[in-house]
Design a protein around this ligand. Sequence first.
Ligand SMILES: [Zn+2]
Length: 50
Amino acid sequence: MTEDRRASDVPVVEGGDPACWLVRVCPACGRLADEDPPTRCPSCGERIEG
Ligand SMILES: [Zn+2]
């Protein structure tokens, strides 16, 4: 039997939960803020509440 190929077609995303940085997305321009909200968008200055 050749069971070398496993069900590994799902890519593993490293670096944490995507929900962590989703709250940083600017609602105005869609840019990712450099820090967790509440903060302001580094691009357009829109306030990000989180
Ligand atoms: Zn923005």
